[in-house]
Design a protein around this ligand. Sequence first.
Ligand SMILES: C[S@@+](CC[C@H](N)C(=O)[O-])C[C@H]1O[C@@H](n2cnc3c(N)ncnc32)[C@H](O)[C@@H]1O
Length: 291
Amino acid sequence: MRVLELFCGIGGCAAALPESAEVAAAIDINRGALAVYSSNFDHPVEVRTIESMETPELRKYQADLWWMSPPCQPFTRRGRYRDDRDPRTRAILALLDPIKRIKPPYIIVENVAGFSGSRTHDLLRKTLDRAGYEVEEHYLNPAEMNIPNYRERLFLVAGREKLNPLKVKRRKAKSLASYLDPDPDARLMVEPEEIEKYHRAIDIVDVNDPTDITACFTSAYGRSLVRSGSYLKVGDNELRRFSPTEILRFYHFPKSYVIPRGLPLGSSWRLLGDSLSVPSVQAVFSQIPGL
Ligand SMILES: C[S@@+](CC[C@H](N)C(=O)[O-])C[C@H]1O[C@@H](n2cnc3c(N)ncnc32)[C@H](O)[C@@H]1O
């Protein structure tokens, strides 16, 4: 199974692939993301814009599966739901014509729930329907697989051949504490003035509450205290941020996966906020025969 990883970021798709799969190329415009990707995977990477890729070039990869994680901001409140009026949708729209011409056997598109019902989504569905794909869409959330992290995402799975039924594995429940670093970095502490100013709006989780689930970590984590992820209660009036390694654990990345030493915390959080929960990706892979 040859996979073309488009908008690969730090490799949430690669992290979920079985060893038997081969990544034909991993493509992203962000050099920083690709540096993290390449510290973890040997797959060929290309720094470039997806819209600059012509049909013959895409055909050359002879990929069985095109994985696409295009930017989600055009389909969010923060991005004012600008949809196809947002230049960040240019890349996915530019792929519609190559899809029509090449008709790769399988395509998976991942995005936020707000993608559904957008004009971009409608154009994609029409392209896939006319090209003869069977299409299924699933909203998957690790919080529903016994993982204490909320990260609902829409996965559109399209196949020219029949798709397998979706298999979602519920994990063995683990405590929030088991996701934490044994010796957290002091830089994670939130300043008391910030707590005072935003205390009503901050999402706080407590290791002593077995029902607590961390909120979705976004690329604004570390910059904005509001609606960008959860904060851990560590004392009566003390809170800390979750570290990048803890977020990788919530996403169930392999234990061997590393964020390169020296990558600033802010950059790590930005990249992780854009990435994927591996069990959700593995669930949609269950639909692809041969993966
Ligand atoms: C939602 S993130 C996907 C992250 C990825 N799934 C991961 O696991 O890290 C979108 C990615 O698309 C990249 N991107 C945005 N516009 C692009 C374009 N026009 N061409 C190529 N890559 C682009 C961004 O740099 C970002 O890494």
